[in-house]
Write a protein that binds this ligand. Structure first.
Ligand SMILES: Nc1nc2c(c(=O)[nH]1)N[C@H]1C(S)=C(S)[C@@H](COP(=O)(O)O)O[C@H]1N2
Ligand SMILES: [Mo]
Length: 156
């Protein structure tokens, strides 16, 4: 049998939900539709030391932008109230802000990785990659949901 093939077996999907015009369920193969970026990262883990990996995948910003976040495009300031909650299959969880990944603000090149080193992540699900992080804890693997939340009003 071909159980050892990295692409064999059920394909994991990530749900994009929350304050979006076009919520979606995307598999790792679906994520190949966006331009793929590469990052070589080193991060430190409190329990297992320094890790080195090569990742490839779309920018988180590109994928979420296409899902239609509910801010006013004409007012850059309106984006600053949005949070992005990323959760893995095991419940590991982290919050990012929209401003952190927006090209007009923090411009952090955060990836939704489709490959780690030489392996596709089709079965495990995409992994969050933050090349700017010194610590590994936000590199959430097996992502199942990404929730966009605009419920934090910023006064003009
Ligand atoms: N889903 C999930 N992703 C996770 C974690 C986790 O517990 N669950 N741990 C994080 C931590 S603390 C580190 S250091 C990195 C690297 O973990 P690894 O050494 O297992 O590759 O994964 C991160 N991603
Ligand atoms: Mo860690």
């Amino acid at each position: 049998m071909s159980q050892s093939l990295a692409t064999a077996g059920p394909v994991a999907a990530v749900a994009l939900s929350g304050d979006l015009a076009r919520p979606a369920s995307l598999t790792v193969p679906d994520l190949l539709a966006w331009p793929q970026h590469r990052a070589r990262v080193s991060f430190e883990c409190a329990t297992s030391g320094v890790q080195h990996h090569r990742f490839e995948g779309p920018l988180l910003h590109d994928v979420l932008h296409d899902a239609g976040p509910g801010f006013d495009r004409a007012r850059r300031k309106d984006r600053l109230r949005f949070l992005i909650a990323v959760t893995g299959a095991d419940g590991h969880h982290a919050l990012l802000s929209w401003g952190e990944i927006d090209p007009d603000f923090g411009r952090a090149p955060v990836l939704l990785a489709t490959r780690i080193d030489d392996s596709p992540l089709d079965r495990h699900g995409p992994q969050l990659v933050l090349p700017q992080d010194r610590c590994g804890a936000r590199h959430i693997s097996g992502i199942t949901t990404i929730r966009v939340d605009g419920g934090y009003p910023v006064r003009a």
